[in-house]
Design a protein around this ligand. Structure first.
Ligand code: C5P
Length: 226
């Protein structure tokens, strides 16, 4: 690989969905495949970085040469990230951490029979927000550390991304419109708007997730080089 602009840099990448248990056999999750985060981890390694990948459950192979930590819940991902973020020169949070989790997971399997015995069977599940890992990392960040967040949106992409950039206190938001064909979850391609806290704005057209990973890593490498 020709470009080694991340040699000697330590990069923490998160990838994939999280699973939030409802009971011992069921969970709440999302459509993230992990392709974007794994591509970033793989390419960061190719560019010379020491990479730690914290990933939720995916069907993907761990990238070669990357220290991979597998987790399930958002809380486990949070712990794994807090344990390792201190050493990272940059953190790229590509994981689709569940924003909500069942407030009180049932200790035993929820039985359908118990429910259908009622005249109007309805199972309601109270959800609570999960801790926002990225925001927590932003609060604890050390000087010079670069934080990149993702935003999967279904509305006015630029407005929502600008709001997220400010709210999360990160250096870069990679925003994608997940309703667009060929972009977002599960697809091999993605299109994104990169908005930097320094005012940079890069519109990346529909490209492979590897190509988008390259654009993100170029952005990170340029800031780390300063
Ligand atoms: O708030 P929202 O989920 O849209 O933000 C997306 C970004 O925040 C992603 O980078 C995701 O990895 C991160 N995130 C997080 N902890 C959460 C939820 C999202 O770090 N609980």
């Amino acid at each position: 690989y020709p470009v080694k602009d991340l040699r000697g840099r330590r990069i923490l990448v998160t990838s994939g969905p999280t699973r939030e248990p409802l009971d011992p056999v069921r969970f709440l999750s999302n459509r993230s495949s992990g392709k974007m985060g794994h591509a970033i981890a793989r390419l960061a390694r190719w560019r010379g970085a020491d990479v730690v990948l914290v990933t939720g459950p995916t069907a993907l192979e761990p990238p070669f040469g990357v220290e991979t930590v597998r987790v399930e819940t958002g809380e486990q991902m949070r712990q794994a990230c807090l344990d390792r973020a201190g050493e990272a020169d940059a953190v790229v949070m590509a994981a689709a951490v569940a924003d909500f989790r069942p407030r009180s997971p049932a200790p035993t399997k929820i039985k359908k029979d118990d429910l259908v015995a009622h005249s109007a069977p309805l199972l309601t599940v109270a959800l609570e927000p999960t801790p926002d890992i990225l925001q927590e990392l932003a609060r604890r960040r050390r000087p010079g550390q670069i934080l990149v967040g993702f935003a999967a949106e279904t509305g006015d992409l630029e407005a929502l991304a600008r709001r997220k950039l400010a709210a999360k206190g990160v250096d870069l938001i990679v925003a994608n419109d997940v309703t667009r064909p060929g972009a977002g979850f599960e697809s091999d391609t993605n299109a994104a708007l990169l908005l930097g806290a320094d005012g940079t704005r890069v519109d990346v057209p529909l490209v492979t997730k590897e190509a988008l990973a390259e654009r993100i890593l170029e952005w990170v490498a340029a800031r780390l080089g300063r």
